[in-house]
Design a protein around this ligand. Structure first.
Ligand code: FES
Length: 70
């Protein structure tokens, strides 16, 4: 992994939809998971998994993570 950044993403979440957020920092569709963590886990014996989010009403949130390497 490369040096993490403090990049933030503001996203809109729609009521009753399920979102998969990247926790590993390798996704090409940040901040959403694109399953890049799977090959990284196999090659490095790690256990990254996406973070699942669903909301009860439409909402806008800001996401950031120290593990994202943008
Ligand atoms: S691509 Fe990062 S958790 Fe899936």
């Amino acid at each position: 992994m490369t040096k993490p950044t403090n990049k933030e993403f503001e996203i809109e979440l729609k009521k009753d939809r399920r979102y998969s957020i990247c926790a590993c920092g390798l996704s090409a569709r940040m901040p959403y998971c694109d399953s890049a963590h799977r090959s990284y886990n196999e090659a490095n014996d790690t256990d990254y998994k996406s973070i699942k989010i669903s909301v009860k009403e439409d909402v806008k949130i800001t996401l950031s993570s120290a593990s994202w390497t943008l």
